[in-house]
Ligand binder design. Structure first.
Ligand code: GUN
Length: 286
């Protein structure tokens, strides 16, 4: 058996086409969604993510502005920049690309973003609302993963989801979102004992570890759905996921590729959140 591919690239294209039309309609009402992206330092991966986010905004008509700050910027300078953007009516979403240099508190930065503009869904208020199932900005990668699963008509309710990884950006929230959809969720992480025994029970296996080819088919139950969140650059320059794709696709029923899987959906959901934020801003003003 060879797994069916869940193409994030194709789903992202579909969603972005309909969002482009929505942005055009909003333009007729004199509303252009605006996203501010702050990049601190010269990390090459962060630079390329930020570039992709800006390009995606441009393609669908979202106004975007990039603030490139030096590696040695002070925390106060960064917080002042965020405060200015919190008060800028042209800006509906603020994204500070992570990770930040060690001298800047990620917590202070995330908490300084106005929750109404927190299109990353990282603010504790957004996280709390997500946890209790209230309407809020959902974090983009987990949101994109849920959309990918649903796009194939896969029922989430009652499924056993195993998440490998417990980061605040992906692992923890993706488990929570799927729990909100009535899945049974188990988390595995670096201290988990006998991980294979757990992952082999997964109907849906989500791998967000950040280690190239970390999980192969021996960790999988026949017919499981595999979501590979990893984006790892090999010495050859080639991108690969956390899952050994060629091996896993012989066991799984569905699998996401790398590249062209979760990555394009993360950016798509950022665009979605920015448009939602712009629409909410008129409701708030009225
Ligand atoms: N770094 C890696 N992923 C993300 C993301 O989704 N948002 C931000 N702000 N930084 C990241």
């Amino acid at each position: 058996m060879s797994a069916l591919i869940i193409s994030g690239k194709e789903l992202a294209k579909e969603k972005r086409e309909s969002m482009k039309k929505e942005v055009e309609l909003l333009g007729k009402e004199e509303l252009q969604p605006g996203l501010a992206v702050i990049l601190v330092g010269e990390d090459p991966a962060s630079q390329s993510y930020v570039k992709a986010k800006q390009k995606a905004c441009e393609e669908i008509g979202i106004y975007s502005v990039l603030y490139k700050l030096e590696d040695n910027v002070t925390e106060t300078e960064l917080l002042n920049q965020i405060e200015a953007l919190n008060n800028d009516p042209k800006i509906h979403g603020i994204l500070v690309q992570l990770p930040l240099p060690a001298h800047i508190s990620e917590k202070a930065v995330i908490e300084s973003i106005c929750p109404n503009k927190d299109v990353d869904g990282f603010h504790p208020i957004s996280v709390g609302k997500m946890m209790i199932g209230e309407d809020t900005f959902l974090p983009c990668t987990p949101f994109g993963i849920v959309e990918m699963i649903k796009s194939k008509g896969i029922t989430i309710e009652g499924k056993h989801v195993v998440v490998i990884g417990r980061s605040n950006i992906v692992g923890k929230p993706v488990g929570q979102l799927l729990l909100n959809e009535n899945a049974t969720v188990t988390y595995c992480h670096s201290r988990t004992k006998d991980m294979k025994n757990i992952t082999k029970q997964a109907d849906i296996l989500i791998v967000a570890v950040g280690k190239a080819n970390f999980i192969d088919a021996s960790f999988m139950k026949q017919g499981c759905i595999v979501i590979d969140v990893g984006v790892n650059r090999l010495e050859s320059g080639k991108l690969c996921g956390d899952v050994v794709f060629e091996d896993a696709k012989e066991v799984a029923s569905y699998i996401t590729p790398v590249p062209g899987g979760v990555g394009p959906m993360t950016i798509t959901m950022l665009l979605f959140n920015t448009i939602q934020s712009a629409k909410k801003s008129i409701v708030t003003v009225k």
